[in-house]
Design a protein around this ligand. Structure first.
Ligand code: AHR
Length: 659
């Protein structure tokens, strides 16, 4: 014991911090003999929204922007290539397209022999890796002559990295394919589509995918990004947003039925994050819906997450137009919800179950939860929620409904909504908090006071904001992540109330973001997890099955009298381990007296996972794991011991029963 204490003090001195003086020293008692409520397997999950190029330009692996020429400016993302020796023109046409759902196409008319065509810029460039295979496809119609149709990947500085000729099988529109294998890696390559020789060629749906998508699915998702999600072992995936569900007006709302079936038929829609922020306009941001509801369900299945779709409830974003569907015209919206449940769960003989089967998934997706509206508020929401709930529960009583608690964790809107939702016996209420780190540190006991018999809580969107909400200067630094970790100990301690939680937003493209902070950052070739990501990962992969009470004494206090040492504990029944999570949000190393009741002889050594860093530290493409977990072990000789928690640290102790 004495030796171990000495080691602890040495460790504290090594990190150059003094022990908190004078108050007798903090202690944590963990009552492993008093297992409490179950922790929901859905506790730690994901919130996905197509913001920051999260879907198009991100998770959806398509490398060509505006592949169907259906943006309002049909050549957005494309540049005409008409070198001085070329003769002819490139134009957009609408007559006799390959599919009426995709009316615009490009015509290249060459009267000379020099190459003529156009170039796609991708999503802030096209990321390609040397030697990898990229599958190009396009709908092509040779109108006149017999020119060659060429595809090339060209580096940022103009060098051809790969070239292929498209074999056009016959007259009329034909889908052609070619394979491109670049000789060099380039994060910002471009795709050239050219014709060589005199003639006229029509082209549409010019598409390029890496062969190595997630699970090798043609037209699928970016494998490295999905892997990051899978590694979190998420309990659920909430999709497709976010404000994107609502639309700035109702014409721009997310309509799931427009996102299934053949991709060529999915009609592109402006992304609300295209124009939301004056300070981050993104005029080339549109939704192709290549990642649509079928793919979301499939992704959930792949990564073992319960699907949680959120549907528009007849209200556009109340920060924008706040447009409302009159109550007597709400039926089609409610029908969309009923049809979605059938799409996910219905037999293949049902109308919507058949559509799922036609897309390749005859088995049901086992949808259990559905969100009604995103961040709505006011009586307008309550009267719409009530109608949705009545219709859905009448037909599908087992579906758990998630209701909105507005955009803030407190205030007038929030205070109005909760009693209403309690009255309506909502299953789960979705709370959002984008607040400074100090708010998180001060509110870890938020759910200690919640009614145990009311609706459950879904902390559906939260993230500590280092500056303030929507500031482009917010950072994903360690202080923010640590504050979230402290809050998450509060979620875990209250697992009988909080059944789900997800950080927001999930993804951001380094060159095309609108909002920060975000959980995962990527560029066209790389991806990295923020410190916040690793906090989520540690909580999720060390969840445990039941809560164990903890008692903290003598903890350091901030000047406002709020604690700055936090803990929660759970039991992993399969591994037969006690999991203790401790957050030290002070700049001092803390020697804490630990006492465990119910485990007389802890197995030694215990496994320890620590994240500790300076508050301002961040990860980056260049240094992706600067702030990340470190594994170690710790000798334990009995149920009482002292542990030295590093300054600004999250520590997880996994303690087994000794043999
Ligand atoms: O996460 C970004 C946005 O924040 C979401 O779209 C919205 O629900 C919230 O206001």
């Amino acid at each position: 014991m004495a030796t171990r204490y000495w080691i602890s003090v040495t460790a504290i001195l090594l990190v150059g911090q003094a022990i908190q003086p004078s108050y007798g020293g903090p202690s944590i008692t963990v009552m492993a003999d008093r297992p409490g409520p179950k922790i929901s397997p859905t506790m730690w999950g994901l919130f996905f929204e197509d913001i920051n190029f999260g879907a198009d330009g991100g998770l959806y692996a398509e490398l060509v922007k505006n592949r169907g020429f259906e943006f309002p400016e049909p050549l957005m993302g494309w540049v005409k290539l008409s070198p001085s020796l070329a003769q002819g023109q490139v134009s957009i046409r609408e007559d006799d397209p390959f599919d009426p759902a995709n009316p615009h196409y490009v015509r290249i008319e060459s009267a000379g022999t020099a190459p003529l065509g156009l170039c796609n810029q991708g999503f802030r460039g096209i990321g390609v890796r040397a030697g990898r295979t990229y599958d190009l496809s396009a709908w092509v119609r040779i109108v006149n002559g017999s020119p060659s149709v060429i595809a090339q990947l060209v580096s940022e500085d103009g060098v051809t990295l790969a070239r292929a000729t498209l074999q056009v099988a016959g007259p009329g529109w034909t889908k052609c394919k070619a394979v491109l294998q670049p000789t060099e890696t380039d994060p910002k390559a471009r795709l050239y589509v050219l014709i060589e020789g005199k003639g006229i060629v029509d082209l549409d749906m010019i598409s390029l995918f890496p062969r190595d998508t997630w699970k090798g699915r043609p037209g699928g998702l970016r494998a490295d990004l999905v892997q990051m999600l899978a590694d979190l072992r998420p309990g659920f995936l909430r999709f497709p947003g976010g404000c994107i569900v609502e639309g700035s007006d109702l014409s721009k709302r997310y309509q799931w039925k427009n996102t299934i079936g053949p991709v060529e038929k999915r009609q592109c829609l402006i992304n609300r994050w295209n124009y939301e922020f004056l300070h981050r306009p993104t005029p080339d941001y549109y939704q192709s819906f290549g990642l649509g509801f079928f793919e979301f369900f499939q992704l959930c299945e792949d990564i073992g997450a319960e699907p949680l779709p959120i549907l528009n409830c007849g209200m556009a974003c109340q920060f924008n137009s706040g447009e409302l569907v009159p109550l007597d015209q709400l039926d089609p919206y409610i029908q969309d919800a009923l049809d979605l449940i059938e799409f996910a769960n219905g037999p293949v003989t049902s109308t919507w179950g058949q559509k799922r089967a036609q897309m390749g998934h005859p088995e049901p997706f086992n949808l259990k939860m559905l969100g009604i509206g995103n961040e709505q508020w006011g009586p307008q929401y309550i009267e719409r929620y009530e109608r949705f709930a009545k219709a859905i529960k009448a037909r599908y009583p087992q579906i758990q409904l998630v209701a909105a608690a507005g955009p803030d964790p407190d205030g007038q809107r929030f205070d109005y909504l909760w009693p209403q939702l309690r009255r309506l016996k909502a299953d789960i209420v979705d709370e959002h908090y984008y607040r400074p780190p100090a708010w998180f540190l001060d509110n870890t006991d938020r759910y200690d006071k919640y009614d145990r018999n009311g609706p459950k809580v879904f902390a559906g969107e939260y993230a500590a904001q280092s500056i303030q909400t929507v500031s482009p200067r917010n950072r994903n630094n360690w202080l923010c992540a640590l504050a979230e970790a402290a809050m998450m100990t509060g979620f875990e301690r209250n697992a009988d109330v909080v059944v789900m939680a997800s950080y927001a937003p999930l993804f951001a493209h380094e060159d095309a973001w609108q909002w920060r902070p975000n959980l995962i950052w990527f560029d066209n070739l790389n991806v990295y997890g923020t410190p916040n990501y690793y906090v989520q990962k540690l909580f999720s992969t060390n969840r445990g099955d039941v809560v164990v009470p903890v008692e903290l004494d003598g903890v350091p206090l901030a000047t406002n009298g709020r604690p700055r040492l936090y803990a929660s504990a759970s039991l992993d029944q399969k591994a037969k381990e006690l999991i203790v999570k401790v957050v030290n949000a002070t700049g001092n190393g803390l020697a804490v007296s630990m006492k465990i009741t119910g485990i007389s002889q802890p197995r030694s050594p215990a496994n320890i996972i620590t994240m500790a860093a300076d508050p301002e530290d961040e990860n980056s493409v260049a240094n992706p794991t600067k702030v990340s977990p470190v594994n170690s072990t710790f000798q334990i000789s009995g149920p009482e011991f002292t542990y030295a928690f590093k300054p600004y640290s999250l520590t997880i102790l996994r303690i087994g029963q000794g043999s």
